[in-house]
Design a protein around this ligand. Structure first.
Ligand code: NAD
Length: 480
């Protein structure tokens, strides 16, 4: 049985309370190890360590911090296959996906922000002969980071890298459902020359560790990615403390397929945008809206390709989908499929748990599921399912498509399929979303602003936005 440990003040250690939580391999449904069931005492130690480490880390300067983060990126890269295997085992995602996306993007996060900080500049405002103003952007000090289970190391590093690059020290909590790669990262920090206390990783439950990070007065900024309900709870606690908050929350993303699209590309990419990572990416399209004149043709081609997807052992190179992340999540997704049936939806394919054999017989696998026949206001089309389930709805014209697309409380990502350039701009502007992909999906440039509107979040991550979040701007006005 593997025992994972917290990283606090440069030391790998169990929780002060000595309690442990089980961690599971989704593909087998079996416990593989334990993680520290930490509480506010562990967070307190981590916050003290981070605040102690801050002056020296900040004083290292941009280049010193950049070098340290590049060494950490290299250390992950040198252990790529170890990280890939751990991410797949812990999360249930295909090994091939962890190798192609998760781990390379975690490395890229460190490299990107290690170099971005070297180019981070601020503004000067000259008032003719009166005065000159310049903006001094200083790190905040110790900051909190809380991340989810769907892209474990990728989203964990997406916060840690800009926070550290900007000169802060971090108290970070990975998801208790997928703690393994964060633990693996913590074992590399010393070797990579990250000074003790600069990065602290505290494992455990949200209402204990996450809540303690949110409420700690010596963590004046908290960056959170996760569910909308959790985000609301964090805002409820942190807002009256006037903390800086970045909230990246849930989604119910629309995919708008117009009749003039490149049909084959639209079908193929929509299969990918629906079911990559078992549909457990906040950017996955979950409501597919198709212009009525091509609805039947699109549906038939789409369902045919979805039926050909292989649900299988995450270790097999030809598995398209692995397991969903937990028993509880499996049950939630299956309940939503039942709800869709009760609401009058027709299940065109999937709609059930998949039982594999041998070691995988108790694994948490679900067949990719496509549903049609539901209107925009039913719960299936309003609530985030976050699994391998999508719905199809026809639309009549652009206005109808936009009304359907914007008809949820969420506004994270969206996809438009059309060859009409004018329509691209009109629709992209009118979509209530932080991210719009046109004739593609999941192309990511780390310099671009990333985040959502409405109940999908507050603030933006990525590029300059992340470096600005993790710094405080001070205007200095000098009389000429
Ligand atoms: P979650 O909200 O349950 O948990 C996220 C993190 O918050 C975990 O580390 C958890 O332990 C912690 N947490 C739970 N309760 C807490 C509390 N009271 N105080 C502080 N922290 C607490 O989300 P999840 O189930 O891990 O992840 C899935 C959700 O994340 C989905 O809604 C998905 O859309 C969203 N997500 C959003 C983005 C984005 O960029 N917008 C990216 C990935 C995932």
């Amino acid at each position: 049985m593997e025992q994972l440990l917290n990283l606090i003040d440069g030391e790998l250690r169990p929780a002060i309370g000595g309690e442990w939580l089980d961690v599971y391999t989704p593909a087998t449904g079996q416990v593989y190890g334990q993680l520290p069931d930490s509480d506010e005492r562990d967070v307190e130690l981590a916050v003290q360590a981070a605040n102690r480490a801050f002056p020296a880390w900040n004083a290292l300067g941009r280049e010193g911090r950049s070098d340290a983060l590049l060494r950490l990126a290299k250390a992950i890269e040198d252990d790529l296959e170890g990280f890939v295997a751990d991410e797949s085992r812990d999360n249930g995602k295909p090994l091939s996906l962890a190798r192609r996306v998760d781990i390379p993007r975690a490395i890229a996060n460190f490299r990107f922000f290690a170099t971005a900080i070297l180019h981070f500049h601020s503004e000067a405002h000259l008032m003719d002969d009166v005065a000159v103003n310049y903006t001094d952007r200083q790190p905040i000090g110790a900051v909190g980071a809380i991340s989810p289970w769907n892209l474990p190391l990728y989203l964990f590093t997406w916060k840690i890298a800009p926070a550290l690059a900007a000169g802060n020290c971090v108290v970070a909590k990975p998801s208790e459902v997928t703690p393994l790669t964060a633990y693996r990262l913590s074992t590399l920090c010393e070797r990579a020359g990250i000074p003790r206390g600069v990065l602290n990783i505290v494992h455990g439950l949200g209402p204990k560790v996450g809540a303690a990070i949110t409420a700690h007065p010596k963590l004046p900024a908290v960056s959170f990615t996760g569910g909308t309900r959790t985000g609301a709870e964090i805002a409820r606690v942190a807002a009256p403390m006037f903390k800086k908050l970045s909230l990246e929350l849930g989604g119910k993303n629309p995919v708008l397929v117009f009749a003039d699209c490149d049909f084959d590309k639209a079908v193929k990419t929509t299969v990918r945008s629906s079911f990559t990572n078992q549909g457990q990416i906040c950017l996955c399209g979950s409501r597919i809206l198709v212009e009525r004149s091509i609805y039947d043709r699109f549906r038939d081609a789409f369902v045919e390709q979805v039926k050909a997807l292989r649900v299988g052992d995450p270790k097999d190179a030809d598995s398209d989908l692995g397991a969903v992340v937990s028993q509880a999540h499996l049950e939630t997704v299956l309940r939503y499929i039942d709800l869709a049936r009760e609401e009058g939806g027709s299940v065109l394919c999937g709609g059930e748990r998949v039982r594999l054999s041998g070691d995988l017989k108790d694994g948490w696998f679900i067949a990719p599921t496509v549903i049609e026949g539901l209107g925009p206001t039913c719960r299936t089309n309003q609530e985030e399912i976050f699994g391998p389930v999508v719905t199809l709805q026809p639309f009549d014209d652009e206005a109808d498509a936009l009304a359907l697309a914007n008809a949820t409380p969420y506004g994270l990502a969206s996809v438009i399929w059309t060859r009409d350039g004018q329509r691209t701009h009109r629709v992209a502007r009118a979509l209530q979303a932080g991210i719009v992909w046109v004739n593609c999906w999941m192309i990511r440039d780390l310099r671009t602003p990333f985040g959502g509107v409405k109940q999908s979040g507050v603030g933006r991550e990525g590029g300059v936005d992340a470096l600005r979040f993790f710094t405080e701007a001070k205007n200095v006005c000098i009389k000429l």
